[in-house]
Design a protein around this ligand. Structure first.
Ligand code: SAM
Length: 239
């Protein structure tokens, strides 16, 4: 084979509400989390996005930068299969893969110049805050949307969908936080509905362990009681 090692330089980074990997939805559009792509100096040129406003959605190609150094294996544990059964790395969307490349379809909310910096606004991200973006492409529905495509795991392992309740002692704090982050109440509900606990605990309807999820700079405490997720309090993140 000819020498085909390619160097990839990120075109920018994305800012998202997800400050830690825990509880990030496993695919895009499972929560309406917003993101802002900011560009490296050589791509800080609105001409690069000319025409993108004609597309409602776009592909973000990125590097799983927080895990890429851990390398990859031919098989991966599949959270959708309860965490123990394995799938081939190329039969999965695992973060642990050769080249560490990820891809997500997100909604295009448009772009703007902000004090000389080009910003592309998107919604539906499943990316850690600060993720390096290596390419952006329009989502072309006539080619990319395949309504008859099948996925054998879809019925076997549906996403958890738990009710989410805010404890009465936490409601006033959430109302205050929502003034700063208007999308926080809806975002936390969507993220927690999917029960971010490890797969082996997801069947436990009464789990007194306190879990914490960071969205923006808010640390959210919650537990599982009588089948529903109960949000018990908010504190600054990082503490
Ligand atoms: N939609 C993408 C894909 O198919 O390539 C991501 C799928 S992967 C299963 C989604 C998970 O990647 C998220 O739940 C989060 O834990 C993790 N993740 C997101 N951004 C990351 C990053 N920059 N580095 C490492 N892991 C990341």
């Amino acid at each position: 084979m000819p020498d085909t090692n390619f160097a990839i330089t990120p075109i920018g980074n994305i800012t998202t509400p997800f400050r830690q990997k825990f509880a990030i939805p496993r695919q895009p559009n499972l929560a309406s989390a917003k993101g802002t792509v900011r560009f490296a100096p050589q791509f800080n040129d609105a001409n690069c996005l000319k025409g993108l406003e004609g597309y409602s959605h776009l592909w973000l190609l990125f590097v799983f930068h927080a895990t890429v150094e851990r390398g990859w294996k031919p098989t991966v544990k599949a959270p959708r299969l309860g965490g123990n059964a394995t799938l081939g790395v190329f039969a999965s969307r695992s973060t642990h893969r050769p080249n560490g490349i990820g891809m997500s379809v997100v909604r295009n909310l448009g772009h703007q110049m902000n004090r000389g910096k080009l910003e592309l606004l998107v919604e539906g991200v499943d990316l850690l805050d600060g993720t390096p973006i290596v390419d952006i492409k329009p989502y072309i529905h006539y080619a990319d949307a395949l309504p008859h495509a099948t996925d054998a795991l879809e019925d076997y392992a549906p996403l958890p969908n738990r009710a989410v309740e805010i404890a009465s002692t936490a409601k006033a704090d959430l109302a205050v936080l929502a003034r700063r982050y208007p999308d926080l109440p809806a975002l936390l509900e969507k993220v927690l509905q999917q029960d971010p606990r490890p797969a082996y605990r997801q069947f436990d309807d009464n789990d007194d362990k306190e879990y914490r999820v960071a969205l923006y700079d808010v640390d959210i405490a919650w537990k599982v009681q009588e089948g529903r997720i109960l949000v018990t309090g908010f504190s600054p993140f990082p503490n």
